[in-house]
Design a protein around this ligand. Sequence first.
Ligand SMILES: C[N+](C)(C)CCCC[C@H](N)C(=O)O
Ligand SMILES: O=C(O)CCC(=O)C(=O)O
Ligand SMILES: [Fe+2]
Length: 445
Amino acid sequence: MIYLSPLSPLLELFVRLFQIEDCSAHRGALRGSAVSFLRLESVVRLRGDFSEKFGYTQAPWTHKTQTRACASTSATFQLREDCLELNCGGTLMHFNYVWLRDHCRSASSFNSKTNQRNLDTGSIDLSICPDNTTVEDGHLVITWPGGHVSKYSLRWLAENSYERRKQSTVQPHILWNSDIYKNANIPSAKWETFMSCDDELKKFLQNYLLYGIAFVDDVPATVEATEAVTQRVSLIRETTYGRMWCFTSDFSRGDTAYSQLALDRHTDTSYFQEPCGIQVFHCLKHEGTGGRTLLVDGFYAAEKLRQQSPKNFELLAHVPIRHEYIENTDNHQNHLTGVGPVLNIYPWNNEVYLIRYNNYDRSVINMIPHETVQKWYVAHRELTIELRRPENELWVKLSPGKVIFIDNWRVMHGRESFSGLRQLCGCYLTRDDVLSTARCFGLQA
Ligand SMILES: C[N+](C)(C)CCCC[C@H](N)C(=O)O
Ligand SMILES: O=C(O)CCC(=O)C(=O)O
Ligand SMILES: [Fe+2]
C-alpha cells in the first residue's frame, strides 16, 4: 500500500492528472485509495501489444480532458516529409497531412452547425502535402494543391493534438472499499435543489462518475417523483421489466429478485448484449426486517486481481461467457442471451470498462475447452474472493426518500433477505445518455 501524507506530491499529481474539480472534497478518498494509483500504473504498464503495435504510448483518446489551450497567438512550424511539426508555446506537436486535410474546418469541409464532416475522406490524396503554409493571427493556414485553403486556430490544434491528449489519462475513477467510500463523506443530492439547480446535478454526476454510485435524498416516495429524478439525468431504458418498474416479493416474474431471498452481489441484465448502464432503486415501503442493499466496487476488485494474478485477470478478460434469461410464465415469455467476458477491457489500453458478474444468470459454459474451463474457475474464484471481502462491502438501508443510482457496468449490488412488505421502484438508464449529460456540464466522461 502506498501511504500518502496530506501534502503528498504524488497525491497532488494524481489530482492534477485526473483534473478532479473541487479536489478537497475527494482528498480523503484519494489518500486512502491506493488502488487508484496502482491502477493507473498498471494500466500504463499493461498497455500491451495492441498499443505498441499501433504506436500508442498511452490512452489519450479514451476520454476528453479540459486541456489547457495553447495560449500563444504565434507558433513555429517545420514541414517534415510525413507531417507538420508545430511548436506552440513550447509544446511540440505533430500533424499528419491527410489528418490536417481531413480535419479542415472550412465551411465546405465541415458543418459547424451540426458538428459534422462534409468532406469525403475517401477522396483525399493519401500523399497530400501543403503547397503553402503560414501562421497568421493565431491560426495555421494551409493552401493545398488545387487551391483549397484550411485554417486551424492554434488553440484548436493544441486541444486536439495527440501530444496534448496523451498528457491526460484514463477516465478518473476513485476505486473504493467500504472505508474509502465512507471516509469520503460524499453528500447526497437533495430533491428540491437537484430538481431546480444545475450545479447540484453537476456535483451529483461528478460523484457518480468517480464512485459509480450516487444518491438523491428527500425524494417523495412515489413512482412519479422517482421518474422525475431519473429524467434529470438521462433517458429511461425500457426493458422486459417495463420502463419504470415497481416490484415486491410476489413472484410476478420468473426471477429471484421477486422473492424475499437474499441476493448475492451481481450486475443486472448481464444477459443483454449491452447490459443496462445504470440501475435506479427507490424503496417506497418496507414494513419488516432485513432487506439492506449491498454495494461492491467491481473495478476495485478487478484491479486487485490484475495486481495479484495478471494471468487470471487476462483469462477473465478474454474467455467468453454466456448469460441467459429464460422466462416462461403465463404472462411473460423471454429468452435473452448476452455473450462476453466477465471483465471487458478496452483493447487499446486494457482499462476495465464493463463487468458482467451474475452467478444466477450465468449460463452453460461450452465455448471453451476443458483445460481452460478449470483455469477459468480458478480465476473466477479469485475475483469472487476479492468481491466477497467484508471490507469491500458497503451496506445501505434504502428507505423511502432515498434514491440510489448504481453504475451497473462497475458496481455490483445485492440484498439481504427480508421479511414483511417491501416495495421497490426504479428503472434502468442508458449509459450513453448519462455520460452525455455529464459532458454537457463540462465533466470528463
Ligand atoms: C430490477 N428488476 C426487478 C426490474 C429486474 C431484476 C432483474 C433480475 C435479473 N436476474 C438480472 O439480474 O438482470
Ligand atoms: O431487492 C433489491 O434490493 C434488489 C434486487 C435486485 O437485485 C434487482 O432488482 O435487480
Ligand atoms: Fe439486481
